[in-house]
Design a protein around this ligand. Structure first.
Ligand code: ADP
Ligand code: TPW
Ligand code: MG
Length: 584
């Protein structure tokens, strides 16, 4: 007799394999090549961070969300993929929001993902834990804001966020994930199918051939042409076509702060050392991924010479940018890669390089200015002034052109930007369009994490104060970051006095002789105090070679700086009553 035993149903038949909101978000990010998260844990995303680590993502935990946000936006600029910042609800979200707004302003792609409280309670304002209508608050500060309520929408929600961040003009995107979403369960297979791998997230935007022709025509007729590259050109990663275009056309060029190094600042066609001369005298200016905002005096005013003396060509992905400040006679709308390749193609074999008169004028001015500067950069005095100290750091970057440079402050920023030559694209991260203080440590962390290269962060003592606690993060992840504090005892200078004569110090002055190097030592990193450019050079070189987290406190003459660095003209001053204790 044969006994037929009934087969037990397998577990899978009874209980299909399941996934949940936590895992779907992680899988959706990974599917799209987003494998690093910058954030701060807490309700409702603590477990999310743990699971992301379990699933092989790199999760960098910060001490404050603002810096995680700056890191995400710097990662976006460097990689052309949206940087991911993860925060808790209400206060964490708000702390991340400054960075989201800054990313949008700078055209950097990032996604701020925030956990949020229970919709039903938030909307009835019944006082939930960390209650806030985050979506409404984020909306005006970013390119797009989305909320995902159901696990089956996670795939689409993340796809939308990615596309919104990187397509067209890049920017910040907000993604609201309510606490209730994370534990929602779905069948594994259905979950897998609901995910979307975004195809061609930033499609090429080909410029119209007629626009290219018009632009080339204007350039051809120019007697004193100039090209200005902005950080959009660096972001576009069209390095080869940009270099070929510049060299074949023979056009002199300027590079905006974060575009420096797109071509080496030492390139013979760089007009960086003759900036005022070329801005004033050029008759045709071609902007490539640079806006005519305050950083270029809106394309008008004294620095641009006689009103109406120039024609502008502008290459940008954002059509609304054209004519935003001044008439653009040849607008070229498209992505910079496609535009520069079309411009290069259009130069043809009979292209005539700019007239010798113009290039000779520029070269003479460059030589004069470089000569004037050389002596100041070699000064090895105590206390150091900005030029002597920056001369030392300039040597460091010359010897390590692949290192990343982060820079913020007022004098520390304005002078370093001019003095430290850059040699390779996307090596310089700074305060960007808003001139925001506090980007330093977040940018340095992202630079180290995303590129694996040594990072030099040149920081004003005030600028550093906005983000200084993140040196613990640098030590915790053992990142190859060398922070140099230009310690002049204050904002712009350390010599101001309180005009009232009371015992409170002036508003711009800090504790005298502070030892920032000891902050790094507190977390196991290396701290060095230096008082001469030679010492500074040695300490930084050693740190860059060792890759050990290092903070160099560089003692700068407290009287050396000027109010607002190089933008004192934007600073309103009272002409009524007694002058305050600051001096120019
Ligand atoms: P900078 O401060 O260096 O002068 P801006 O931030 O003012 O630069 O300008 C950057 C510009 O680059 C923005 O107008 C933006 O629309 C544009 N941009 C960014 N990415 C691209 C791209 N891939 N193709 C074309 N334009 C781009
Ligand atoms: C978020 C205003 C511009 S520059 C600066 C401040 C406070 C600090 C300058 O001092 P620092 O540099 O860094 O010591 P130095 O070399 O001139 O002494 N808050 C934000 N952003 C800005 N821009 C400010 C305030 C500011
Ligand atoms: Mg200072």
């Amino acid at each position: 007799m044969t006994v037929v035993t009934k087969l037990e149903p397998s577990r899978a038949e009874v209980e299909p394999e399941l996934t949940d909101g936590f895992h779907l978000v992680i899988d959706a990010l990974k599917l799209n090549g987003l494998t690093t998260i910058y954030g701060v844990p807490g309700i409702p995303i603590t477990d999310f961070g743990r699971m992301a680590q379990t699933e092989g993502m790199r999760v960098i935990s910060f001490r404050h969300e603002q810096h995680a946000g700056y890191a995400a936006s710097a990662a976006g600029f460097l990689t052309k993929k949206p940087g991911i910042c993860l925060t808790v609800s209400a206060p964490g979200f708000l702390n991340g929001l400054t960075a989201l707004a800054n990313a949008t302003t700078n055209c950097f792609p990032m996604i701020l993902i925030s956990g949020s409280s229970e919709r039903e309670i938030v909307d009835l304002q019944q006082g939930d834990y960390e209650e806030m209508d985050q979506l409404a608050i984020a909306k005006p500060l970013c390119k797009a804001a989305f909320r995902i309520l159901h696990a089956e929408d996670i795939g689409i929600g993340i796809a939308r966020a990615i596309r919104a961040a990187v397509s067209g003009r890049p920017g910040g995107v907000y993604l609201d994930l309510p606490a209730k979403l994370f534990p929602q369960v779905m069948e594994m297979e259905a979950g897998r199918k609901s995910l979307v791998k975004v195809i061609d997230p930033a499609p090429a935007q080909i410029p119209a051939p007629s626009a290219i022709e018009r632009a080339l025509d204007v350039l051809k007729k120019a007697e004193r042409p100039l090209v200005i590259f902005g950080k959009g050109a660096a972001y576009a990663q069209a390095d080869e076509d940009i270099r070929s275009f510049v060299e074949k056309s023979g056009l002199p060029f300027l590079q905006m702060s974060m575009a420096k190094g797109l071509l080496p600042d030492t390139h013979p066609q760089s007009a960086g050392a003759a900036r005022s001369t070329v801005l004033k005298n050029a008759d045709v200016v071609m902007l490539v991924g640079a806006r005519l905002n305050w950083l270029l005096s809106h394309g008008k005013g004294k620095s641009w010479g006689e009103p109406g003396s120039k024609k502008f060509i502008q290459i940008d992905i954002e059509p609304k940018e054209m004519d935003s400040n001044i008439e653009i006679v040849a607008p070229v709308v498209g992505d910079i890669g496609s535009c520069m390749s079309a411009m290069l193609g259009g130069l043809g074999d009979n292209w005539k390089k700019p007239p010798d008169d113009w290039t000779n004028t520029i070269n003479a001015k460059k030589e004069e200015n470089i000569g004037k500067m050389a002596g100041r950069l070699k000064k090895n005095s105590t206390p150091m002034d900005f030029h002597g100290a920056l001369g030392a750091l300039r040597r460091v970057i010359k010897e390590r052109p692949d290192a990343m440079l982060v820079n913020e402050g007022a004098n520390t920023l304005d002078l370093a930007r001019g003095i430290i030559d850059m040699y390779q694209p996307r090596k310089r991260l700074d305060v960007g369009t808003w001139g925001v203080m506090g980007i330093g440590m977040g940018s340095a962390i992202a630079a180290a994490v995303e590129t694996g290269k040594p990072v030099l962060a040149v920081e004003g003592d005030s600028a550093f104060g906005f983000c200084g606690m993140e040196v613990e993060t640098i030590c915790r992840y053992n990142l190859p970051v060398c922070v140099v504090i230009f310690n002049n005892n204050g904002i712009y200078r350390g010599t101001d006095t309180n005009p009232s004569g009371s015992s409170d110090v002036a508003t711009t002055v800090f504790v005298q002789n502070a030892r920032y190097d000891r902050m790094m030592e507190a977390f196991g990193g290396t701290g060095v105090n230096v008082t001469t450019p030679d010492e500074l050079y040695s300490a930084v070189s050693e740190a860059m070679t060792s890759g050990k987290p290092t903070l160099v406190n560089a003692v700068i003459d407290p009287a050396a700086g000027t109010e607002s660095g190089r933008i004192g003209n934007l600073n309103p001053q009272s002409t009524v009553g007694k002058k305050a204790g600051g001096k120019k």
